[in-house]
Write a protein of this length. Structure first.
Length: 160
């Protein structure tokens, strides 16, 4: 959606809503609704914790809280229901990260059981907390790309 010509850009964004983020409107940065073209692109943008539609604005307002609306492109990222998918993939990832060290500890080192348990639990907690925002962003990016593709099909295949 074009807001204005490049020579005469008209700002239509709510400056009060984005004043704290120091980001100008979508007209200045090149358009609104720049949805990811492919699932891979959406996944990359989400894993980078950027808006999956434009890739310019941060996706998260906090550790796991998503900005409901992107301040740059206006995409409603809050409408995508990530639910338990991010948790599921994070546990799957963290489990695989911990299994190899657990086997190595069992094979190569002799240490008390309480110490091995403490180390493995610490690794599970750290891996989970580190990975969860990235995985949640990735899941949201894929959902955004799939939603955009479904929208194109419903609109008639993206006719010009
Ligand atoms: Zn955006």
């Amino acid at each position: 959606m074009s807001v204005g010509s490049s020579a005469n850009v008209i700002c239509q964004c709510d400056l009060k809503a984005i004043a704290n983020r120091a980001i100008c409107c979508a007209a200045t940065l090149g358009g609104m609704g720049d949805v990811p073209q492919t699932v891979i692109e959406g996944l990359k943008r989400g894993l980078a914790r950027r808006c999956p539609a434009c890739g310019r604005a941060p996706l998260f307002a906090g550790y796991l809280k998503i900005w409901p609306v992107c301040a740059v492109c206006g995409e409603e990222n809050g409408r995508h229901r990530v639910d338990d998918a991010a948790s599921y993939f994070t546990v799957l990832l963290a489990g695989h990260v911990v299994v190899a060290p657990a086997l190595a500890i069992e094979t190569f080192w002799t240490m008390p059981l309480w110490l091995a348990t403490f180390l493995l639990l610490a690794m599970v907690v750290a891996a989970t907390l580190l990975a969860l925002p990235f995985v949640k962003g990735g899941v949201l990016g894929v959902l955004s790309a799939l939603s955009a593709r479904r929208g194109e099909k419903e609109d008639g295949g993206g006719t010009p």
